[in-house]
Design a binder for this molecule. Structure first.
Ligand SMILES: [Zn+2]
Length: 310
């Protein structure tokens, strides 16, 4: 499936509104514009093709021109993603640690949690098992069905803006690997804050382009992907949080867990022969399905909505 040039849209800085920028990577489009079927899905791993720029006023890094966000949402809504759900077990393990981090900050009894862009619902499953009352929304129809069939949890199909949650409803709102995919992260964060109770927590996980590993890998950094529109650093996530009415409590490196074989498979484009040899060894040793933690710049932020808890 391919479209014409109206598939691209120009956007200004999402943090300060400025329209002056410095090009960091020019992109690799060579004039042709297309959007592959199934390119926009949770496990999307196409390298970034559009230009990555840095706002000349505030330094926020983002993609412009970019693939039209309405078309991209269509892509997310309709994609089928067996690759992603094949790693559901690893995601549950990751999310158990994530929830423990959140509970350490929360310090109270489990309350109401909203997971935005919940994908196949692994976080909701973990939160439910831990006694939280959980709600989730997810644009992808296939993931919503998967979650109902495999976890017995019903998710609202759509974005947070489609869901019309009431003001100050939730104790915790989570955005796991979501913010960098949204067409307007400030609007998404403000909507999350609107539905949070005063004193409630917003939890965000994002790939940090300012991390040492991102700087070391440069243009080969694994998170420079066509599915990512925005590239936060600690400085820009702090500014976004403040603008949304949040106070950051924790910001730290965030390890995720996947099957050993899958991590090596994803590493092959970067380390080539080394990853192939390691995969053969791991298979030989019977460790293919072992769950291993990996870190390539993922960062966890836990921020609190200003105001007193009622
Ligand atoms: Zn800016």
């Amino acid at each position: 499936m391919s479209y014409q040039t109206n598939l691209l849209e120009h956007v200004t800085c999402n943090l300060c509104g400025a329209d002056q920028f410095i090009v960091i990577y020019p992109g690799s489009r060579n004039g042709s514009v297309s959007m592959e079927e199934n390119e926009f899905r949770s496990s999307g791993d196409e390298p970034l093709k559009n230009p990555l720029v840095k706002c000349a006023v505030c330094g926020f890094q983002y993609v412009t021109p970019r693939l039209n966000s309405a078309r991209v949402l269509d892509g997310y809504t309709n994609a089928v993603d067996e690759t992603f759900v094949s790693q559901a077990r690893g995601r549950e393990l990751t999310f158990k640690r994530c929830l423990a981090e959140v509970e350490r900050v929360w310090k109270k009894q489990p309350g109401r949690i909203l997971d935005v862009g919940t994908a196949n619902g692994s976080f909701l499953k973990v939160a439910k098992d831990a006694g939280w009352k959980m709600t989730g929304c997810e644009p992808n129809r296939w993931m919503c069905d998967w979650c109902r069939e495999n976890y017995g949890i019903k998710i609202t199909q759509g974005t947070i803006f489609d869901s019309n949650y009431s003001d100050e409803t939730f104790d915790v709102v989570t955005l796991w690997d979501v913010l960098e995919h949204t067409p307007d992260p400030m609007a998404a964060m403000r909507e999350c804050v609107r539905v949070l109770r005063p004193g409630g927590l917003l939890v965000v996980n994002y790939p940090d382009i300012g991390s040492w590993i991102a700087r070391l890998m440069g243009q080969r950094w694994v998170f420079l992907l066509s599915v990512h529109y925005y590239y936060f650093t600690r400085e820009t996530i702090r500014r976004a949080s403040k603008l949304a009415g949040l106070e950051i409590i924790t910001i730290k490196p965030h390890f995720q867990t996947l099957e050993f074989d899958y991590v090596l498979f994803r590493a092959t484009p970067y380390v080539g022969a080394l990853a192939r040899i390691a995969r053969a060894f791991v298979r030989f040793a019977g460790l293919s399905k072992a769950q291993i933690p990996y870190w390539v710049g993922q960062t966890l932020v836990i921020a609190q909505k200003k105001g007193q808890m009622s």
